[in-house]
Design a protein around this ligand. Structure first.
Ligand SMILES: [Fe+2]
Ligand SMILES: [Fe+2]
Length: 276
């Protein structure tokens, strides 16, 4: 482990630029007359990206029996304010699917998106919009993708150590690299100008303190992601064990009852065999 730490510095991370289609959507949205049809055309020019957008946006609906069938429906479902983030993560996961990346990472992102969406719907005391939970779940561990693409050998050693020991992923990353996927993820989110609520969730979803003060949307979203991540890792979807030690307090501040948490857990367990 010491050998890795000597060689790696934070500057070794390759943070890619905003994917082309996402950049085109940013430009199109500058025009106040931009239509859903125009945005749909931009996305549909790339059939592989279109398929990936539809795949990831449908993951949260997996257990509900509902589905989103077209890009236009996707835009309505997710909202214009979240479209760039959704298309960006779709472009990134689409690239990953062509690589040798451990596909369990992608399955984990899809399952956390689903769990976060269902938990947000139960969190009556706080306001976490469903579409924001969808995207935050898809994004939350994007730092692992950055690590995989920047440092493939080191990433493989981290994954092997996590697989061998069952320890939390972030802890092994910290020990081997001196930083973890939260830090790598927020670098990407800043470069891609993602909304602050997403940056906050990416950076803090493995933090320990839980505030019982009035929650901002960013705090509430981060807590929803923390609970969703634990639920998904406990279901065996993703590498390593959860770092979350205070689920009861998280559920209390979110005002989510244990029966609801357990019901959603059962839905999520069915995603273990989801093809990605
Ligand atoms: Fe994480
Ligand atoms: Fe995670």
């Amino acid at each position: 482990m010491d050998d890795i730490q000597k060689k790696i510095s934070f500057d070794d991370l390759h943070i890619p630029g905003l994917p082309d289609t996402a950049a085109q959507i940013v430009a199109a949205l500058q025009d106040s007359f931009c239509s859903v049809q125009k945005l749909e055309e931009l996305i549909c020019r790339d059939p592989a990206l279109t398929a990936e957008v539809l795949k990831i946006v449908n993951a949260p609906l997996y257990a509900s029996g509902k589905s989103v069938k077209t890009v236009a429906e996707t835009i309505m479902f997710i909202g214009l304010g979240n479209l760039v983030s959704l298309v960006s993560i779709a472009a990134l996961t689409n690239e990953c699917m062509k690589s040798t990346i451990d596909k369990d990472i992608i399955r984990h992102l899809l399952a956390v998106s689903s769990a976060a969406t269902q938990l947000a719907e139960q969190a009556d005391a706080v306001k976490v919009r469903r579409e924001v939970a969808v995207v935050a779940g898809l994004l939350h561990d994007v730092g692992k993708v950055v690590l995989y693409t920047s440092l493939p050998e080191e990433y493989a050693r981290i994954r092997d150590e996590v697989g061998r020991s069952g320890r939390p992923f972030a802890g092994v990353e910290q020990e081997m690299l001196g930083f973890n996927h939260c830090t790598a993820g927020v670098l990407l989110a800043r470069r891609w100008h993602f909304p602050i609520v997403y940056q906050h969730a990416l950076e803090h979803h493995h933090d320990e303190p839980i505030s019982e003060d009035t929650l901002s949307e960013a705090d509430a979203l981060c807590y929803v992601i923390r609970a969703a991540d634990k639920m998904v890792l406990d279901a065996g979807i993703g590498a390593g064990t959860s770092t979350e030690r205070d689920l009861p307090k998280l559920l209390k501040v979110l005002d989510i009852g244990q029966p609801a948490y357990e019901r959603i857990s059962k839905n999520i367990a069915s995603m273990k065999n989801l093809s990605v």
